[in-house]
Design a protein around this ligand. Structure first.
Ligand code: PLP
Length: 466
């Protein structure tokens, strides 16, 4: 039996030495030294909390990076990894070989995902899953005799990862600026961001006066028509945009996108890297709107981050097309770690925990209560422009009521920074995206922990804006 890893006691970590080595040798994601002046040294995780080198506890209000669904320190997952590593950590899983956990996990996924999704190609993360989905969509159309269908239409405010094609599909300009040119054939349509109404044109972004009048799906269809559907492989979107600021679309949006995809003969790809595995109160989020995608990408919550794993699930029709390709035009897509045995074993054990502990149902029930509490306590505060979310993912968007145009939002970014600093001082760790504070607590969080989160956030907003 493997014990949950015990970190060195705080006094044994020479923090100053560690930080000197870190500055000298480690390039962190989204790196700039200004943002790394006082990094937090995290040495342990326990349930919904993480603990720093000085022993201070923080409620992990974003579950790491929206991914530690079952909470930290689960010895059962360490055990699943250790057992599989001791038995067979890895074997080539290319065509002609099978390992036990990857096939079992593929079968399990076909039972919990949308009924039309039948087969999975495994990856090691979200961006690689999206790359795989783009290539699968192109492959599908080429086998169907339509080699010109190559474009991917995604949405502004979408985030799909940082590899070149995934970054090209991402609709957040900060990820493009220093890496241009982006890849051709990736087009961004408008996103369903009702609060920051992009359709109001030259007056600059402002909350929509009557959001219901805007039909974001029709706007996307317009982009599709301008691009010529004969050249488009797929429409790509997160059911609820996460890194864009937890943007929940109108109820008719996804059913309309499904119809648009069918009407113009393009595939529909759901990026469920954040929304998958119970985060929104359903196993997968398009279920809220009774929509089934042709392809679905996932990562994060499949292992609750205990090991890296992701994938793309495909419909029976897409699978048949892959299987029906001529042998000399086979699916030449691969990665060393596709179907990694130890990662898949952890995935199986993690899905078993989610099922056994009823965490999807819990995210729905506790999530509804949490969303209400957030709205009740935070919406009355002056700098709070909007509270939004679904299940156990939420965002609090701060604004500057005295400003207009884009300053209405942008002025609130430094306020949001001060709010997060105050939260951290009080042992709560949310994530700030510009002027928006994002929350995605572990699915095992207690009502007491969530209620303290809302209290501390409210106090911090009041104090930081005073
Ligand atoms: C919706 C979505 N897609 C893709 C990705 C990229 O995943 P990864 O960082 O594992 O490449 C992310 C990461 O946050 C994401 O939120």
């Amino acid at each position: 039996m493997v014990q949950a890893p015990t970190p060195a006691p705080a006094q044994d970590v020479d923090v100053d030495r560690l930080l000197a080595a870190d500055r000298a040798h480690l390039i962190h994601p989204l790196s700039h030294p200004n943002d790394h002046a006082r990094p937090m040294v995290i040495v342990k995780g326990e349930g919904a909390e993480i603990i720093d080198a000085a022993g201070k506890r923080y409620f992990d209000a974003l579950s790491g990076l929206w991914n530690v669904h079952v909470g930290h320190g689960r010895a059962e997952l360490a055990q699943a990894a250790a057992d599989q590593m001791a038995t067979l950590a890895f074997n080539n899983n290319y065509v002609g070989f099978v390992n036990v956990p990857s096939t079992r996990l593929a079968e399990k996924l076909s039972q919990i995902a949308y009924p039309n999704l039948q087969a999975v190609y495994f990856t090691t993360g979200g961006a690689e899953s999206n790359e795989s989905a783009f290539k699968t969509a192109r492959f599908y159309w080429k086998v169907q005799g339509q080699p010109n269908k190559v474009k991917i239409i995604s949405r502004r405010w979408g985030y799909h990862g940082v590899t070149m094609a995934a970054a090209s599909a991402t609709g957040l300009p900060a990820y493009h600026r220093m890496f241009a040119p982006l890849m051709p054939n990736f087009i961004q349509a408008i996103g369903p961001y009702r609060f920051r109404c992009e359709l109001e044109g030259e007056a600059g972004p402002r909350p929509c006066t009557s959001p219901s009048e805007h039909d974001y799906a029709a706007e996307l269809e317009q982009t599709l028509l301008e691009q010529d559907p004969e050249t488009v492989a797929a429409i790509l979107g997160e059911p609820v945009q996460g890194a864009g600021g937890v943007i929940v679309p109108p109820a008719d949006y996804w059913p309309k996108l499904r119809q648009i995809a069918d009407r113009h003969n393009v595939l529909l790809i759901a990026d469920e890297v954040i929304t998958g595995f119970g985060r929104t109160g359903r196993w997968f989020a398009l279920d809220h709107w009774n929509v089934q995608p042709d392809l679905m990408t996932f990562a994060k919550g499949i292992t609750s981050a205990y090991l890296p794993l992701g994938g793309v699930m495909v419909s029976g029709q897409v699978q048949e097309t892959i299987n029906g390709a001529p042998a000399d035009l086979k699916f030449m897509h691969a990665a060393t770690y596709s179907g990694h045995a130890a990662c898949c074993a952890v995935g199986l054990a993690n899905v078993a925990i989610i099922e056994r502990e009823g965490l999807v149902e819990r995210a729905a029930k506790v999530g509804a209560w949490f969303q209400n509490l957030l709205r009740q306590q935070l919406e009355p505060l002056e700098p709070v422009g909007q509270v939004r979310g679904i299940g156990l993912m939420a965002a609090v968007e701060l604004v500057d009521p005295a400003a207009s145009g884009s300053a209405f939002y942008d002025n609130a970014a430094s306020l949001a920074g001060r709010v997060v600093e105050r939260c951290i001082q009080q042992g709560i760790l949310p994530r700030r995206l510009n002027n928006t504070i994002c929350l995605a607590p572990p699915l095992i969080s207690t009502e007491a922990q969530l209620s303290r989160l809302v209290d501390v956030l409210g106090e911090s907003i009041r104090a930081a804006s005073a």
